[in-house]
Design a protein around this ligand. Structure first.
Ligand SMILES: [Zn+2]
Length: 358
């Protein structure tokens, strides 16, 4: 073999072959329009490192980012009746379901898994917006009930990641029934004295915000997430007034006391672990608390219990006030029965996708 066959010939051959470049090598940030290398984006948990925009991510990516060593076990969810109303708009509901299943590889919008976070047991339910806009149907209700039961059985906190355009209109009244159903599921966890933490992600709207997504002991929101019941367009048309800048965004809700904290996706795991430690007293297992940030030292430190040597915690302890606030939300949700109908209209269109941004 000489240099002709070993070097030149392969080069000539490679000229004739088209180099295969995957289509999804680069992604564009929807906010600042920067082109980001896919692998880099994955490393940053789909947060744009130019502008900090939090992109929507799937359930599996969440599980991997949250559980210790990305190790978790999926909880099997029961099958639910498909298309009980034989619903059809421009397409059959069964066809829409088939499409969503093919796209996501999952049978419905909510996935439940259990594993360990900082050494402590945890059950996490994630609503995937990619599956028919994360819309709440019978399967969502079923998943939340199973998640609650798993949490109680394992004596573990329940963490729910909400992302939805509202109730699933293709299931009509049956989807609205999931509001009281999920509320009861949440109460099972609370009655067992276990923490229920909600992480509101972009977007959390419609019937979901009128039920389990607003009943947490602690509400965390991802930066910039749209959170509300009816969409801004619907509100503007109803009250005939311009809405303030940043209305229904996570930061606005934090300012107005609707959420407890806005947490960057990369700090989410550590924050959740700290919350689990604080809310599960007494600590029976050895839990490794991540080192808290030294920057913030508030007076809350004084009232916060310091289990397993966790000092300088910058998260307020679960005071009676926090719990009361949760209960109040239950009472208010009960009143909002006729408003529930708006969830389907305002929350999701025929495609099951949200149109709130229009
Ligand atoms: Zn960006």
């Amino acid at each position: 073999m000489n240099w002709l066959t070993s070097t030149v010939l392969p080069r000539i051959r490679s000229l004739g072959q088209r180099r295969e470049t995957p289509d999804n090598l680069w992604d564009k940030c929807p906010k600042c329009a920067s082109m980001i290398y896919r692998r880099e984006l994955e490393e940053h948990q789909f947060v744009c490192h130019h502008c900090g925009h939090h992109m929507r991510i799937g359930a599996k990516a969440r599980f991997e980012a949250l559980f210790d060593d990305a190790a978790y076990e999926r909880v099997e969810l029961p099958e639910v009746p498909a298309d009980p109303l034989k619903f059809r708009d421009s397409k059959r509901y069964t066809d829409r379901l088939k499409e969503a299943r093919a796209k996501t590889g999952e049978s419905d919008a909510v996935l439940v898994a259990h594993g360990r976070m900082g050494g402590a047991r945890a059950v996490i339910a994630v609503q995937d917006f990619a599956f028919m806009g994360g819309s709440m149907g019978i399967a969502t209700g079923e998943a939340l009930v199973v998640a609650a039961e798993t949490a109680v059985k394992q004596q573990a906190p329940l963490i729910v990641f909400a992302a939805a355009g509202g109730a699933r209109m293709q299931e009509g009244i049956l989807s609205l029934m999931q509001m009281p159903r999920t509320t009861i599921a949440v109460s099972i966890v609370k009655e067992a004295g276990l923490p229920f933490i909600v992480v509101l992600t972009d977007p959390t709207t419609g019937g979901v915000t009128a039920s389990y997504a607003m009943l947490g002991d602690v509400h965390i929101a991802e930066p910039g997430a749209l959170i509300g019941f009816a969409g801004p367009r619907v509100i503007e048309q109803t009250i005939r007034e311009q809405l303030p800048e940043g209305f229904q965004r996570a930061e606005y809700l934090l300012e107005h006391g609707m959420v407890d904290m806005v947490v960057h996706r990369q700090d989410l795991r550590d924050t959740l672990i700290r919350l689990i430690v604080l809310l599960t007293v007494p600590v029976t297992e050895t839990v490794t608390t991540p080192a808290p940030k030294p920057a913030k030292q508030t007076e809350e430190k004084a009232i916060a219990p310091a289990p397993s040597g966790g000092n300088e915690l910058d998260i307020p302890a679960p005071t009676a006030a926090t719990r009361k606030a949760g209960d109040k939300t239950v009472a208010e949700t009960g009143k909002a029965d006729n408003a529930g109908a708006g969830a389907t209209e305002g929350g999701s269109d025929a495609d099951g996708k949200t149109d709130l941004r229009k």
